[in-house]
Ligand binder design. Structure first.
Ligand code: UT7
Length: 322
């Protein structure tokens, strides 16, 4: 049987760190409130001359180096992002040129915070269908550009960054399976109303910034992720006791803890980066994965459960042996 295996991981965070205290000078909030309600202590913010493609390129180069794969060897690039540098062309095609690839297929995928798990699941299908040997999968976001800095309920939550993996076929276990969901009925609980394709009459007084009903999103996120992990274990015929690490989407430490509790996993078995990175949307899971690998927590042979929940709503996850 052919599995999709993660051959290497990489990530990139912009240099500038913005602490909660710095935000409290700009808006009515406190370090204490942000830590207590979210677990966030700081976030990274892209430099004025840095785009989501620039960050993705750095993460990609690190993942390719750790996988021992050159740009010429890649067969496909999938970049999960809701903050592409341009409306078009996609981030992925820019990466194709920058990384010295052949004229391979390259496309962006938009599933907001679940983008990376959607993209990884898509790459898994390409590998299993045959013909694709090396696929670069990324999550890259410049969310601080999409924030209304007058709105303390959203501005404190997000950060910038990129994460990447290179995957390829293997006879040894890799991805066992994935489960993906969406429910567009919730769109107005977490959205950026105005898009380039909005009708001329729609949303005339609203901007391109993120708007969220945090408390309602929180409740649906906890409920959906709790049900997702049970569904994933069943789908992959896995026992929760056999999961070595949960690599969750990093939106809120309270949501992460609730999911871990549902799996009966102690927090030592959870990769947590929300304190340092805040919510980096599609970049959050690959950033956490790379952090877990490079810190030595995640080792070859470990079983990982990756999950995410975000705008749409979209949610999903997968179980794999690293
Ligand atoms: O990645 C996509 C998924 N996104 C998420 O999963 C986010 C889910 N939601 C959350 O993480 C939480 O709902 C938040 C962190 C956004 C908010 O936490 P909460 O415990 O749900 O707070 P709340 O929205 O119920 O607000 C509690 C109070 C309110 O004041 P009143 O009405 O009780 O007087 C808010 O106005 O806290 C106030 N508040 C703040 N206070 C200080 C809201 N934002 C802030 C702030 N600083 N930044």
């Amino acid at each position: 049987m052919t599995y999709t295996k993660i051959l290497g991981t990489g990530s990139y965070l912009p240099k500038r760190i913005v602490t909660n205290d710095e935000l409290s000078e700009r808006m009515e909030t406190t370090d204490e409130w942000i830590r207590a309600r979210t677990g966030i202590e700081q976030r990274h913010m892209a430099a004025p001359n840095e785009s989501s493609v620039d960050m993705a390129e750095q993460a990609a180069r690190r993942a390719m180096e750790s996988a021992g794969v050159t740009g010429e060897e890649l067969d496909l690039i999938i970049c999960a992002t809701s903050t592409p540098e341009h409306l078009f062309p996609s981030n992925a095609t820019q990466l194709q040129a920058r990384l010295g690839c052949r004229t391979i297929p390259a496309f962006d995928m938009q599933a907001v915070c679940s983008g990376f798990v959607y993209a990884l699941s898509t790459a898994d299908k390409f590998i299993k269908c045959g013909g694709y040997q090396r696929i670069l999968v990324l999550g890259a976001e410049l969310f601080t550009n999409a924030l209304n800095w007058e709105d303390r309920t959203t501005a404190i939550l997000f950060g910038d960054g990129a994460g990447a993996v290179v995957v390829g076929p293997s006879e040894e276990p890799g991805i066992y399976g994935s489960v993906l969901h969406s429910d567009g009925g919730y769109k107005e609980l977490l959205w950026a109303p105005q898009g380039p394709g909005s009708s001329a009459e729609d949303y005339p007084n609203r901007g391109r910034f993120i708007e969220m009903q945090g408390r309602d999103v929180f409740k649906v996120a906890v409920r959906s992720l709790s049900s997702l992990v049970g569904e994933l274990l069943e789908h992959c015929d896995f026992d929760a006791a056999d999961i070595d690490y949960l690599v969750p989407h990093q939106a809120n430490l309270r949501i992460i803890s609730a999911t871990a509790e549902h799996l009966n996993l102690p927090m030592e078995k959870v990769i947590v980066t929300v304190n340092k990175h805040a919510n980096t949307s599609a970049a959050s899971v690959p950033l956490a994965l790379d952090h877990g690998v490079r810190s030595g927590q995640i080792q070859r042979g470990h079983n990982l459960l990756l999950e995410a929940f975000g705008g749409g709503f979209t949610w999903g996850g997968c179980i794999l042996t690293y």
